[in-house]
Design a binder for this molecule. Sequence first.
Ligand code: ZN
Ligand code: ZN
Length: 436
Amino acid sequence: MNIEKTLKEFSSSECSCNRAHLFTIRHVCVESGAIEKLPLFIKEFESKKPFILADKNTYLACGERVVEILENSKINYSKYVFETGEIEPDEKAVGSAIMHFDNTCDLVVAVGSGVINDIGKILASTSKLPYFIVGTAPSMDGYASATSSMSMDGVKVSLPSKCADVIIGDIDVLKNAPMKMLQAGLGDMIAKYVSIAEWKIASIITGEYYCDRIASLIKTAVKRCVDNAEGLLKRDDRAVKAVFEGLVIGGVAMAFAGVSRPASGVEHYYSHVWDMRGLEFNKKVDLHGIQCAVATNVVCGLYEKVLKIIPDTTLALKHAKSFDYEAWKEDLKAFLGSSANTMIALEEKEQKYSVENHKKRLEIILNNWEEICKIIKEEIPPKNKIEEILQSIGAPKTPEDIGIDCDLSLTLKATKDIRDKYVLSRLLWDLGIENL
Ligand SMILES: [Zn+2]
Ligand SMILES: [Zn+2]
């Protein structure tokens, strides 16, 4: 598969959802030896002096080679390499990148994955320069996204930044990433089983926008990752390529849809909750994709139970009427600390707990219960399949495996307040079900 061609074709053909699916990335090059093409892309952008951003680890993994390639091609450059490989995506790191930025440069080239990419995107958007990312690990789906996942004022936020103009995934580099990062990448991909199902379900219940072609694009990418999953432990080229491309497609699909629906659902919110608790209470956190993977395992188990639910109108109405939002606000604050404030402010606007809004949604749910169950059966694999996949790549399977020790039923409940997005926890609340 040529990913650039596939995405450009997808974007240029008309869609039955009636939305334009704009593709703004100029090049996505995923192949063995892809970094050798860097001088070509730099020339295409008429850059005279790129600014290279890396951290200690990513510089060793690939930055050194990037610099060598530029020198061989007689391309002038400046660089900043963070002294450690453990950077927090916060004000200090962004400040440091900006202070070391050489403003005679006309292009930002970040060499890294998660954090370096998030900071690189902010640097490029602030300096209004084109942005290239040379990926060092297929670990998360931020390569093609226009936001940066940061911690700001001690709270986790998603900041608008800039989408890459060129994405380079050199298989020879990616396959040598730490195994945990390869596992995380696959974890972020299997999460999409849930995202797609919830997107479809939500479109029924809330009437929100849904595009079947985008959903299919994601599903094909997930299938390719899962079909090749076993090769990941052996660092097989095909398996690594499938994951990196899948992650790029995940990011692009969000841009196509204009919402995060194609790539993130309730499982991502579990991960957000754990990240918030990490920031607030110094609790143990893991890589985004690893957290999403174990959350997907939990959530697939819960959806199996949803299929056994027989909706009860009286119970659901009674539950909504007696719901004590003031008490829930206190629970949220105790569970998530100051991160809860944004969620509480969101509810002031959204009013999802209002009895009238609930009644309207419940009616739609009851009228479409069979269809909702059909989507769950078709889109969400059984828990044991998820466990099998995780087992086959030697990845952690449960929250306990990664040291998450908080109450999982409280985690689920908190996920319904994170964003204005209809996910499993909201469906359960609407049905009047406190616990599965
Ligand atoms: Zn569409
Ligand atoms: Zn993700």
